[in-house]
Design a protein around this ligand. Structure first.
Ligand code: NAP
Length: 223
C-alpha cells in the first residue's frame, strides 16, 4: 500500500474504518468519504493513524455529490465502497416499496453511479472493490431486499470487470457481523470488521484478480 492512494467510500465506520486503519498502517494514503465524514473526523482524529487521512462529506445517492466528491479526491489508485443502506427486512408481500427503493438507491445505484463517475479517476494498475453480502448467493427468510441488492452487486462486479479492464473490479460479500440469531448457527459465529478488511486488502493488492466476489462469511453459506 506504500505510495498508494485509497478512497474508502463508507470509511467512517465499521468495515470501511477497519480497512482505513489497515491501509494507513501499511503506508497508504487514505481518503474517507461518507455523509458525515467531516463531522466524524473530529471524533476519530484522536487516533494517531488517522492524522494523515483526509475526509470528504457527500451523499452517494446524489450524482452531483458524487461528481463533487471526485473532484475533491482527485486521482486515486483504488476505490473501495463499504456504504451500508438502511436495513429493510420483513415478509416480501408486506414490504413498503419506498423503503425498498431507498435501500436500492444507496447500496446498488450508489455503487453503480460511483463506479461510473470514478472509473476515469483511477490510476494505472488500480482497482474498484464493491461490497455485496453473503445474502446475494444464500438468501434467508425476510431479507429479500438485501439478497436482491447483493446479487445485483455481484453481477455489476462481473460486468464492470469486463467493461473497465485493465481497471480491476472485484467485490467482497460479508456474512453476518451483528445478527445475533445467526451467531450459534454459523460454523465460525459472527464476524468482525477487522476480519472483513483482509478481503478488501487482498483484492486491492492482487494484480491478477478481477470479476471476483470473495465471500467472507464464517461458513454461513453451508448451513
Ligand atoms: N455489518 C454486517 O453485518 C454486514 C453484513 C453483510 C454485508 N454488510 C455490508 O458491508 C458494508 C459495510 O457494512 P458496515 O456494517 O461496516 O456498515 P457501517 O458501519 O454502518 O458503515 C456504513 C458507512 O456507510 C456510510 N454511508 C451510509 N449511507 C451513506 C450515503 N447515503 N452516502 C455516503 N455514505 C453513506 C456511513 O457513513 P455516514 O453515516 O457518515 O454516511 C458509514 O461510513 C455494507 O455494504 C453492508 O451492507 C454488512
Amino acid at each position: 500500500m506504500k505510495g498508494k492512494k485509497v478512497l474508502i467510500v463508507g470509511g467512517s465506520s465499521g468495515i470501511g474504518l477497519a480497512l482505513a486503519k489497515r491501509v494507513s498502517k501499511k503506508g497508504g494514503e487514505v481518503v474517507i468519504a461518507s455523509r458525515k465524514a467531516e463531522e466524524q473526523k473530529q471524533k476519530l482524529i484522536k487516533n494517531e493513524w488517522l492524522e494523515q487521512c483526509s475526509f470528504i462529506s457527500f451523499d452517494i445517492t446524489s450524482i452531483s455529490d458524487i461528481n463533487e466528491m471526485f473532484s475533491k479526491a482527485g486521482a486515486v489508485d483504488h476505490i473501495v465502497v463499504t456504504v451500508k443502506s438502511p436495513l429493510v427486512t420483513g415478509s416480501f408481500l408486506n414490504l413498503d416499496s419506498e423503503s425498498v427503493f431507498s435501500a436500492f438507491n444507496t447500496k446498488l445505484w450508489g455503487q453503480y453511479n460511483l463506479a461510473k463517475a470514478g472509473a476515469g479517476k483511477i490510476k494505472h494498475g488500480g482497482s474498484i472493490v464493491l461490497t455485496s453480502g453473503s445474502l446475494g448467493t444464500r438468501p434467508i427468510q425476510d431479507y429479500s431486499t438485501m439478497s436482491i441488492i447483493c446479487g445485483a452487486v455481484n453481477s455489476l462486479c462481473k460486468s464492470l470487470a469486463l467493461e473497465l479492464a485493465p481497471i480491476r473490479v472485484n467485490a467482497v460479500a460479508p456474512g453476518f457481523l451483528t445478527l445475533k440469531t445467526m451467531e450459534d448457527i454459523i460454523p465460525l459465529g459472527l464476524g468482525d470488521s477487522d476480519q472483513l478488511a483482509n478481503s478488501y486488502l487482498f483484492l486491492m493488492e492482487d494484480s491478477y484478480t478481477t470479476g471476483t466476489t470473495i465471500v467472507s462469511d464464517g461458513g454461513a453459506a453451508l448451513v
